[in-house]
Design a protein around this ligand. Structure first.
Ligand code: SAM
Length: 231
C-alpha cells in the first residue's frame, strides 16, 4: 500500500505535519475531549476495525483540514454517522471543540495517516460515502509521488465502500484533477456518475476553507463523483 522512499525505506507520506500553533481553545479541546471523540485503533482488541451500526449510513472525510465542511455535514444529517481522518492538530482541536460544544453524537475523528486508517479501521463494504476534498496538490513534479490519489489507494477505498457507495473528490489544481479522473476511470469497480470523462458540474456539498482561499485567488474547481458498482 505504501510507496517507500528507496533511500530511507520509509513510507512516502501525502502530508507534512505543519507546525501551526494551537490556539488556547484548540489545546483545551484536545486535552478535554480527545478520549471521547478520537477513535484510537491501537487500543482495539479485535482485528482493528471499528464496528459502526450497520443500519446507519456512514460517511468518511479524509483530510478534513479545519473541519468546517465535516462539521456542517454532520450537523445537517444527525441521523447519519461521520468519521473524519486528519493529522493536523489545530484542525483536530478546532473540530473537537465544535463537536463538544454542539454535543454531536454522530461525529468522530481518527488522527492517523489515512492510508493506515483506511486499511486497518474499516471493514470491507462498510462505508456509504468517502469525501476527499482538496487533497494537497503537490504541484512540483518531484513531489507528485506524494499525492494521496494513487491507484492502489483508490482500490483500497473502493474495497471499503458499500456496493453503490460514493467516492467524492474535489481539487482546484487542474493537472491533479486530470490525474484523478484518469485513475478513477481506470479503477476496477468504480463508475463515473457523470458519464465517462466528465467532472461533476454542479456539486452538492458545503464549500471548504481551502476552496474559499483558492476562489479568492481566481482558481477553478473540479469535482469528481464515482460510485462503486453493485456487482
Ligand atoms: C489542502 S488541505 C485541505 C483541507 C480541507 N479538506 C479543505 O478543503 O479545507 C489537505 C489536508 O489533508 C490532510 N492530509 C493529507 N494527507 C493525509 C493523510 N494521508 N492522512 C490524513 N490527513 C491527510 C492534511 O493534513 C491537510 O489538512
Amino acid at each position: 500500500m505504501f510507496t517507500k522512499n528507496p533511500l530511507s525505506n520509509r513510507p512516502i507520506r501525502s502530508f507534512v505535519i505543519r507546525s501551526g500553533r494551537l490556539t488556547n481553545s484548540q489545546r483545551k479541546a484536545i486535552q478535554t475531549h480527545w478520549e471521547s471523540y478520537v477513535l484510537n485503533s491501537r487500543t482495539l482488541s479485535r482485528p482493528d476495525c471499528f464496528s459502526f451500526p450497520k443500519n446507519v449510513a456512514l460517511s468518511v472525510e479524509i483530510g478534513f483540514g479545519m473541519g468546517d465542511t465535516l462539521l456542517q455535514m454532520a450537523t445537517d444529517e444527525p441521523t447519519k454517522n461521520f468519521v473524519g481522518i486528519e493529522v493536523h492538530r489545530p484542525g483536530i482541536g478546532k473540530l473537537l471543540h465544535h463537536i463538544a460544544e454542539n454535543d454531536l453524537k454522530n461525529l468522530w475523528i481518527i488522527c492517523q495517516d489515512a492510508k493506515e486508517a483506511m486499511m486497518n479501521c474499516f471493514e470491507s463494504n462498510s462505508i456509504d460515502k468517502i469525501f476527499i476534498l482538496f487533497p494537497d496538490p503537490w504541484p512540483k513534479k518531484r513531489h507528485q509521488k506524494r499525492r494521496l490519489i494513487q491507484s492502489n489507494f483508490v482500490a483500497l477505498l473502493t474495497e471499503k465502500l458499500k456496493p453503490g457507495g460514493i467516492l467524492h473528490l474535489a481539487t482546484d489544481w487542474k493537472p491533479y484533477a486530470e490525474q484523478m479522473l484518469e485513475i478513477l476511470e481506470q479503477s476496477k469497480g468504480l463508475v463515473n456518475e457523470n458519464g465517462s470523462s466528465n467532472y461533476w458540474e454542479c456539486p452538492k456539498r458545503p464549500e471548504t476553507k481551502f476552496e474559499r482561499r483558492g476562489k479568492r485567488l481566481g482558481y477553478d474547481v473540479w469535482d469528481l463523483l464515482f460510485s462503486k458498482s453493485a456487482s
